[in-house]
Structures are given as C-alpha cells and as structure tokens.
Design a protein around this ligand. Structure first.
Ligand code: IPE
Ligand code: IPE
Ligand code: MG
Length: 246
C-alpha cells in the first residue's frame, strides 16, 4: 500500500489548529547560493514566501504567528547585508498596509527597538497603529529580537517593581514573567517550524516555546509553500501533547 500526498488541506482538523505558530525562516542565503545569486536575492525571495505563508495561516484561522526576521545576533553579518535586510523590512512594513489590507492581518514588531533607526521605529509605530483594529491573525515580526534579551528586559521590569516595594520576590509567578514579555497577553507557541534543516532555536522565544511541538523542515525558506505549512500542521496534529501528564 502506498500513500498519496494530499494536495489540499481537507484532512486537517480545523478545530485543532495550533493557536500560535512560531517560524524561524532560515536558509535564504543558501537558496541564493544554490542559484549563483547574491544573498540579498534570497532575502527578497524569502519576503515573498512570508506573505504567502501569513496569508494562508490567516485563511486557515490561525490566531497568532511570530516570524523571526532579524535576531540580536544578526548584527554580526556584513554591514551591506544588514542594511539590505533593514531596507527589506522597512519596505515590508510600509507595504504591509497595502499588501495585507484585504487580509485583515494585525502587525506588531517584537524585539528591542532602540538599536533600530529612527525611521524604522517610526514606521513600526505607524504600521502597528494602522493595523491595530484588524480582527484576523496577529503577526509578530521578530525584529532585533533575542529570547535572552527579552528575558533580561522582563527581569529588569520585575526588579524595579521589587525595589519599589510593589512586588514580593517570594511571590514571583510565571504570569509575572509572561506579562513582561513582548508577547504579553498572547498564548504560548504551540508549533515551532524551522526551515533549512538546522535544528536549533538560535535564541528564538526561549520562554514561549517551552511546550511547543517542533517541526524541522529541510526546505529552504524561499521554497517553503502553503502546502508545506499544511504538512507541518498535519505533523503537529499527529503528535501527542502531554504537558508533563500521562
Ligand atoms: C534567514 O536566512 C534570514 C535571516 C537570518 C535574516 P539566512 O540569511 O540565515 O540564510 P542561510 O542560513 O545563510 O542560508
Ligand atoms: C536565525 O537564523 C535568525 C533568523 C531566522 C532571523 P540564523 O541563520 O541567524 O541562525 P544561526 O546563526 O544559523 O543559528
Ligand atoms: Mg541562517
């Protein structure tokens, strides 16, 4: 007996979708290299993939998607590549209003903003404001994001409250940490996808992926299609999540 890979998503249980999907969009550079193109061409192709995947996730009814666009470690790359990525992200934010307008996507940026250009910071505020009343999927763009930085930031807020006598350190709860993350108020990540065959977190959402199902895909990010998203969700639905129980 052999199985035919399903082309549609009719076998996906829409009542058991991951509420929050995290995506480590990796492999743009290798995609370009394979074609003899500059790395920038890979990033451009990756941005196209992103649009399609967010649209599909929204159409399916996924509520939150967090995409890793630029890590706190990515500043180590050559300046020309960093500049290209920043320009691409800027364009993405500017055009998001237009390209995702019919899609009802609410856009937010997560990560440390103070290292970003004034221009970028302004555009983030603008895009967030313009899309704040949308009722579809919430898209967190992780931009100058690092999981450790996020936790340090949360610790700072909590220490300040403790020093001011507003918080008893012995009473610290998970919720106090949750409430001080960039994702405050959002559900934790259910499904984490990383493309390009690498199997590591690279400082992505360290707290929020504690019980996420991880799916590592060999395809490079620019080759990742809506059908691949369906496949990841099928894999997710086939897993037994126990959260420490039996
Ligand atoms: C992911 O692709 C995009 C970013 C990190 C911004 P890479 O640029 O890491 O591509 P590879 O891993 O070098 O192929
Ligand atoms: C992680 O990919 C960051 C993003 C996808 C934005 P990297 O390519 O930077 O991660 P490493 O260096 O392979 O761990
Ligand atoms: Mg990479």
């Amino acid at each position: 007996m052999f199985f035919k890979k399903k082309k549609d998503n009719s076998d996906i249980d829409m009542n058991n979708l991951p509420q929050h999907i995290g995506v480590i969009m990796d492999g743009n550079g290798r995609w370009a290299k394979k074609r003899g193109l500059p790395r920038s061409a890979g990033h451009k192709a990756g941005a196209e993939s992103l649009k399609k995947i967010v649209t599909e996730a929204n159409n399916m009814g996924v509520k939150y998607i967090t995409v890793y666009a630029f890590s706190t470690e990515n500043w180590k790359r050559p300046k020309s590549e960093v500049d290209y990525l920043m320009n691409l992200l800027m364009d993405y934010l500017i055009n998001a209003e237009k390209t995702l307008a019919g899609e009802n996507v609410r856009i937010r940026a997560i990560g440390s903003r103070k290292e970003l250009s004034e221009e970028m910071q302004e555009q983030i505020k603008k895009t967030e404001k313009l899309t704040s009343d949308r009722t579809g999927i919430v898209m967190n763009i992780a931009l100058n994001y690092g999981g450790r930085e996020e936790l340090i930031n949360a610790a700072k807020q909590l220490c300040k409250r403790a020093a001011a006598g507003e918080l008893d350190p012995d009473e610290l709860r998970e919720k106090d940490i949750d409430d001080n993350l960039y994702t405050a108020g959002q559900p934790e990540v259910d499904l984490l996808i990383r493309t390009s065959g690498e199997q590591r977190l690279s400082n992505f959402m360290l707290w929020q992926v504690s019980y996420a199902e991880m799916v590592f895909v060999n395809k490079l990010w620019p080759d990742f299609k809506p059908a691949d998203l369906h496949e990841c969700i099928r894999i997710y639905q086939g897993r037994g999540r126990r959260f420490g129980g039996i």
